[in-house]
Design a protein around this ligand. Structure first.
Ligand code: 6R9
Length: 655
């Protein structure tokens, strides 16, 4: 691990203001330490008490944690609950008329949805799904625009015990087909089109294409929400309009009472191989994770106007839009569009308009908005803000300082939240009324989260030394398995190297002298492009599926705004192209990848070679490819290289 060392040294410290600390749900480091001590003294008791306080149970659990079949841990296993009940019904008496969602469409139109409205919408749609034969345990794929209906569809699934699998609306027909097939979905919910940044994308047509790729025989119905006036090209017996489905449906729907361990949803994420993993989450433990972090990390208060800018297609949109804020009874902004449309002050004018108090976004958005108009926030009244958050990738100290000073007026704590699709909820983050923050560090593990940094043997590394980030005790909102592949779950997350005892996050990190954690990056072949996880193998498989391509290797390269960009090294079946030919083929390959996976996976740079640098045993030397992509001197030992001349060729061939 000697090679994983960080060069970043950041010593500025930003404690919360006295005013924030005094009012905070967890106040001061004493408050934080008291919670940690409690978790250390009685782990099960600690989580059990939180689960009773923050979750409404139909039948209370008698057992907190069952470790008999580790790493297939069970939490609150004999407890019975329904997540949709927890997000809607339990608020009706006290908050029925409170706004649950302030929806702002791409074109700026605003719709307010109260808790009672949302309850009715969810019940009617849940009854609609039932009328299609959807039952507890069935899988439903949701491929929709970000908006009230996507949240309604997720909540309706939760209400009737169906397992949703949301597929990000930017994914291609191929990616959608793979997910429908892997989960054997009974119903797909989509829309005729999405509208983002003034442009439409024909989701229904892409769904039709996915179906035509084959392997989707499980699908019995495709429900289509009408987002725009444009009629879909194709319409057949499989299709039903959302508005026709809910027509005449009762506005009450008795929740399906679920065991805490019944799956709530699957969400696919990239890993080290070509095949995305269906991360399976539970009902009780997952929901608890969202609630406890809303309370501690987002310091939730009844009058907050909370806004998380993620899309429901990602885990952040699941935990911090569809479930977390609704579970705790918050008013939240849901935004359909993009931060740069109609111009780069969209976020700032929305914060002003809706008097947002809590704003949660990604470093990549912050960096692009600095570039497009670092002074724009100053033209808006952002005084409603009291707390800022970031997620998805490490935030560089410059972007952090700008966010802190220009957006937060040097008054709002920033919660830099480290977590993953697999962890279900925030894991390492400052409690904003307690931990002084340092720009670029996600600071300290949450109480009850046993994070550590270890070497190859599993022994903790000393402060300042890089190592593997692990979690040494199960936690309630953790991934339960990989859908249909428990062996892969075990091998990926609880590897034998650590005797199957430690959860391996897949990130490298180090601790500083104050015990603060600094995430350094992924240790596997996963790129983080604009906060989105992309497997290099996935992109490679897409490239070699093109008839022109013989071989491909994909690596990441540091990028100012996206964090990382995608660089593809490609060997064609025919001779290496040059000049205009090379440009034309590069364009064709980019479009191909967009079509196979989605635009987010398109290589920013393509380099054609006669071959790839390989060891004598035939392994592609990715370290060299990363150095070439960066334009860096090659320092690695190239003596084991079969074909050293190839390096010069690749160095000169960027397109
Ligand atoms: C929530 C989410 C997970 C990976 C994770 C890490 C990176 C997320 C981060 C962060 C540094 C943070 N990551 N948050 N790195 N600081 N605050 O993003 O889930 O899409 O599964 O990605 O993202 O590398 O392992 P997911």
């Amino acid at each position: 691990m000697g090679t994983i060392d960080s060069v970043l040294k950041e010593n500025r410290l930003f404690p919360p203001t006295d005013d924030f600390r005094v009012k905070a749900n967890v106040s001061g480091m004493d408050g934080y330490n008291a919670l940690c001590d409690k978790a250390n003294a009685d782990y099960a008791g600690f989580w059990g008490e939180l689960a009773r306080e923050l979750v409404s149970w139909k039948t209370p659990f008698t057992k907190v944690l069952n470790e008999d079949n580790a790493p297939f841990f069970k939490w609150f296993e004999d407890g019975v609950l329904n997540v949709s009940y927890n997000c809607l019904d339990r608020h009706l008496d006290a908050r029925g008329d409170k706004t649950a969602i302030i929806f702002e469409a791409d074109d700026g139109a605003v719709t307010n949805v109260t808790y009672r409205d949302l309850y009715t919408r969810v019940c009617q749609f849940a009854n609609g799904l039932k009328s299609l034969g959807v039952q507890k345990g069935d899988r439903v794929v949701i491929y929709m625009p970000h908006g009230v209906e996507a949240v309604t569809a997720m909540q309706a699934c939760a209400r009737i015990g169906a397992i949703h699998s949301v597929v990000f609306g930017g994914f291609s027909a191929g990616a959608l087909r793979d997910r429908i097939q892997d989960a054997a979905a009974k119903v797909v919910i989509t829309a005729n089109e999405t509208v983002r940044g003034g442009k439409t994308t024909p989701l229904k047509a892409i769904t039709d294409e996915a179906m035509s790729l084959g392997g989707c025989d499980s699908v019995q119905k495709i429900v289509v929400f009408q987002r725009t006036q444009n009629a879909p090209e194709k319409w057949d017996a499989l299709n039903i309009w959302w508005h026709d489905l809910i027509q005449g449906q009762a506005s009450e729907c008795e929740p399906e009472w679920m065991s805490a361990e019944d799956p709530l949803f699957i969400l696919y994420t990239s890993g080290s191989t070509g095949k995305p993993k269906g991360i399976q989450h539970s009902t009780g433990g997952y929901f608890l994770g969202t609630q406890v972090t809303m309370k501690w990390v987002f310091d939730y208060k009844e009058n907050d106007v909370y806004w998380c800018t993620a899309d429901v297609g990602w885990i952040t949109g699941h935990s911090y839009i569809a479930y977390g804020p609704l579970g705790i009874g918050a008013t939240q902004v849901v935004f359909e569009g993009v931060p740069t449309y109609p111009d780069a002050s969209r976020f700032w004018s929305m914060i002003e308009k809706h008097k947002v108090t809590t704003f949660y976004t990604a470093p990549t958005a912050i960096r692009s908005l600095i570039k497009l108009g670092g002074d724009l926030p100053k033209k808006h009244d952002l005084s409603s803000l009291r707390l800022l958050g970031t997620v998805g990738e490490p935030i560089n100290p410059e972007a952090w300082m700008w966010y802190y000073e220009v957006v937060g007026g040097s008054r709002c704590p920033i919660v830099d939240t480290w977590w993953q699709t697999e962890t279900g909820a925030n894991m390492i983050a400052p409690l904003p009324g307690a931990a002084p923050t340092k720009p670029g560090s996600c600071t300290l593990p949450l109480p009850g989260i046993m994070a550590d940094i270890v070497d190859e043997s599993g022994a903790p590394v000393e402060a300042g030394k890089g190592g593997f980030l692990v979690i040494s005790k199960p936690w309630p909102s953790m991934v339960r398995t990989i859908w249909g592949d428990p062996d892969r779950f075990k091998k990926t997350y609880f590897p034998e190297d650590y005797n199957g005892k430690l959860y391996l996050a897949g990130d490298s990190a180090h601790r500083d002298e104050n015990g603060y954690i600094w995430i350094m990056g992924r240790i596997d072949d996963v790129l983080n492009v604009s906060g989105h996880r992309l497997g290099t193998m996935e992109i490679e498989s897409a490239l070699v599926a093109n008839p022109l391509v013989a071989e491909a290797a994909v690596v990441g390269k540091p990028h100012d705004i996206k964090g990382e960009s995608v660089v593809a090294y490609v060997v064609l079946k025919n001779a290496r192209p040059e000049g205009d030919d090379a440009k034309r083929i590069a364009k064709e390959l980019r479009e191909w990848v967009a079509h196979e996976i989605g635009k987010i996976a398109q290589p920013d740079e393509i380099r054609f070679g006669d071959n790839l640098p390989k060891t004598r045993s035939g392994k592609i030397m990715r370290r060299l490819l990363r150095d070439i992509a960066k334009g860096a001197e090659i320092t690695a030992d190239t003596s084991t290289l079969e074909n050293p001349a190839i390096l010069d060729q690749l160095r000169q061939s960027a397109i």
